[in-house]
Ligand binder design. Sequence first.
Ligand code: CP
Length: 319
Amino acid sequence: MLLQGRNLIQPEDFSIQEIDEILSLAQNIIDNPSKYSNICEGKLLATLFYEPSTRTRLSFEAAMNRLGGRIIGFSEPNSSSVSKGESLADTIKTVECYADAIVMRHPVAGSAAEAAKYSEIPFINAGDGGNQHPTQTLTDLLTIKSLKGSLENHTIGLCGDLKNGRTVHSLVKAMARYKNVKFVFISPDELKMPDYIKEAIKGHAYYETNNLDDVIGSLDVLYMTRVQRERFENQDEYEKLKDCYILNKSKMKNAREDMLVMHPLPRVNEIDVDVDSDKRAVYFKQAKYGMFVRMALIMKLLGLSVERHMIIERECVNV
Ligand code: CP
């Protein structure tokens, strides 16, 4: 099925083959960036951020700019008519009059699926509450594929706030579709992977523990996460749990030489800055892959390709 005109609300919206197409295109963009520098000329991407973001918003905006397209939107909902009480439905119905695709981050789980109902143009979920973050997952898949060579046969440890971390929910559901992938869920009892995610990967090998030291030596990838302060109703509970895991040089001694340390970022205390210089720490590389994979996603959803662009340019010359 063509990706043109589609929405991305959760990773399962795309087949493994479609995800592979996006990852291959992202790799081609990395290898030949100049070929893609004006492919989105005349196109507008709307970025609607109802929640703070550094990487997701800026990488989408950098992606569209690097493709030769333009951006409209807001990073602070109070600067839009949301502050006057405009509904999400009316905001989306308005923005789709102006743009070719919409990227939205929102604090309410399920809001992306709801908003997409009102959009006739491609709609991309940039994170909905503690639910899903599918473009972070595309970023993570590109990082693992590029640095490990394959998405199969890996043991992936996910550590920290597995209850509230939308990135790990999306990643686990996506990685469960690849052969011989095992998961180790590392969290305190209060922040365990939700049952609905475990149910979604039923039949797949996973192991739960609260001890990172016990399992770090068995991992191909260690995916660290921040304890999500903004999702806690009780701040005392957050204070109690916020430093439950701190990855440092000493813990890294027990990890494999080729283990990747990933993190969607932002980081608070969960990875000591001393780890940054370790060649296994790839979280800033991961942030860079995020821009390339979003370039590929935008192109696919808008139905753009280098081949099509060259035909259009030839036809314009011949007129
Ligand atoms: N990884 C991620 O979503 O980061 P931001 O919150 O900065 O967008």
